[in-house]
Design a binder for this molecule. Structure first.
Ligand SMILES: [Cu+2]
Length: 67
């Protein structure tokens, strides 16, 4: 299943790395596309539900919005 988020404070490659790690920690199957220029984050995963993704990214210091 594919989930899309807008993460305004994902602004560089470091953010992309941190966000990718935070998601892979609980959903190793996730295929992640993250673009720091558009702040768009796409997560394809059977394991990761949107609420958990938002919670984990907030814990990592980011402000994701589901779109
Ligand atoms: Cu950054």
């Amino acid at each position: 299943m594919k989930k899309e988020f807008l993460v305004p404070d994902m602004t560089c490659g470091h953010c992309v790395k941190m966000i990718t790690q935070a998601i892979h920690e609980f959903a190793p199957d996730a295929v992640i596309h993250a673009d720091p220029k558009t702040h768009w984050l796409t997560v394809e995963s059977e394991q990761a539900d949107p609420q958990t993704i938002i919670m984990k990214l907030q814990a990592a210091g980011y402000s994701p919005q589901q779109v």
